[in-house]
Design a protein around this ligand. Structure first.
Ligand SMILES: Cc1cc2nc3c(=O)[nH]c(=O)nc-3n(C[C@H](O)[C@H](O)[C@H](O)COP(=O)(O)OP(=O)(O)OC[C@H]3O[C@@H](n4cnc5c(N)ncnc54)[C@H](O)[C@@H]3O)c2cc1C
Length: 396
């Protein structure tokens, strides 16, 4: 390819987690790389992630932490660029980190350090980065691809699409990656907001909205998935890590089941309380293990509240059953404006699992969230961005 100012070995569309990782890997291999970022700065989601401290990976990453129509697809890339590889890069840059819980690693200081690290690596690898880029057209050429912007036309041998998903449109999310996939004849699996708070409607909203702020540990279930973590009532519905996790499995119209007392045999416990506190009202007894406002509301709505001695064995059994299987049918979700990720995306059948290259269009790659691979909450989505970015960066 002619070595003019406008010709590159690799153009990466999207300067997020996956795009920057791919660019620095390709640059380190001596490729001439340009990153075209649509918004005014790169790595915006990294900056806002993990409450400003970026949960950049998870110590216990396995392929089981990812949802995809093909659960095997992520294995190769995850095996070739692991959490330990990313930690080694973080350590090389002297960034202090800590494990919060469940293998989730966060910066001690700020997520800005992760963006700076990726930018420094890109700088050392002579990667060019252009922000506020608007792409009008992408075309396949004999030697690769041509990309038109309002100002100019660029040529590249390899084109990497790292545009992310649809979550948080105000951060620059667009459907551009999916449009490009369709333009090249690839199928795109239905997309849906995931890792997202769920909302109540009608009766449920009236019953629980004023519990906003009440939080407790639970086990939440949808289909075969079960997550034990925190749950939080909000003024519109329900959130917290356990709910965000099951939101990725939940389909509109379905019920979610919640064990409000995980790890406790509620029936045995209630019987024991009837012995030791026979005159105490049920809501006061439940308030020993549940937030007081929730205990009160459950009694108002379902259990009644008479002294413990007046609840016979059968009644206690029924109450225990409801505590272990509190179920509700969300009206919907908070949608892409608050979702951490987008479920679905470019069908993995079209891609090589080792390189992320489109099998039918040599030189075209899709990486990161735009692909139909979605991680659980806890640093897994960034690990997929790093691993898929690395896979393509080593191949372009
Ligand atoms: C609030 C929030 C917190 C999160 N916290 C965590 C966390 O702590 N840990 C974790 O693992 N995951 C977290 N995630 C998920 C994680 O941010 C994403 O999974 C990850 O950023 C995906 O990387 P990506 O490079 O594929 O996409 P992105 O990081 O979204 O990058 C895509 C880039 O492409 C750009 N772009 C889009 N359209 C165009 C276009 N037409 N032309 C040019 N550029 C374009 C965008 O501006 C963006 O910079 C969080 C997400 C959110 C929203």
């Amino acid at each position: 390819m002619e070595n003019s100012l406008n010709s590159f070995d690799v153009v990466v569309i999207g300067g997020g987690a996956a795009g920057l990782m791919c660019a620095l890997q390709a640059g380190q291999r001596g490729r001439r790389v340009l990153v075209l970022e649509g918004s005014n700065r790169v790595g915006k989601k990294i900056l806002m992630s993990g409450g400003g401290r970026c949960n950049f990976t998870n110590l216990y990453t396995t392929p089981e932490n990812f949802l995809s129509a093909n659960p095997h697809f992520c294995k190769s890339a995850l095996a070739r660029y692991t959490q330990w590889d990313f930690i080694a890069m973080v350590d090389k840059h002297g960034i202090a980190w800590h494990e919060k819980e469940l293998g989730q690693l966060f910066c001690d200081d700020s997520s800005r350090q992760i963006v700076n690290m990726l930018m420094n690596e890109c700088l050392q690898a002579n990667v060019q980065i252009e922000t506020r880029s608007r792409i009008i057209e992408v075309r396949k050429t004999d030697n690769g691809f041509s990309i038109s912007t309002p100002q100019t036309s660029l040529e590249c041998r390899s084109l990497v699409v790292a545009c992310g998903g649809l979550s948080i449109p105000k951060m620059g999310a667009s459907g551009f990656g999916y449009d490009l996939a369709r333009q090249f004849g690839l199928s795109v699996r239905d997309t849906r907001a995931a890792l997202v708070p769920l909302t109540f409607e009608g009766k449920a909203l009236a019953r629980y909205a004023d519990l906003s702020g009440v939080a407790l540990p639970v086990t939440a279930r949808s289909h075969d998935a079960a997550f034990t973590a925190g749950m939080l009532f909000t003024h519109r519905g329900i959130s917290g890590p356990a709910i965000l996790q099951v939101s990725s499995y939940w389909q509109p119209g379905e019920e979610i089941r919640v064990d409000l007392l995980p790890g406790v045999d509620a029936e045995v416990w209630l019987q024991e309380r009837r012995q030791t506190r026979p005159d105490a009202e049920l809501h006061n007894v439940l308030a020993e293990v549940l937030p007081k406002r929730l205990a009160q509301r459950l009694c108002e709505l379902s259990f009644g509240s008479k002294p413990m001695r007046q609840h016979d064995e059968q009644a206690l059994q029924a109450i225990a059953g409801q505590l272990a299987g509190w179920s509700f049918r969300p009206g919907g979700s908070e949608g892409y404006k608050t979702a951490e990720v987008t479920l679905g995306g470019v069908d993995t059948d079209a891609l090589s699992s080792t390189t992320m290259e489109v099998k039918s269009v040599p030189g075209l790659y899709f990486i990161g969230e735009v692909v139909d691979v979605t991680g659980h909450l806890g640093g897994f989505n960034f690990q997929w961005a790093w691993a898929s970015g690395h896979a393509a960066g080593q191949a372009v």
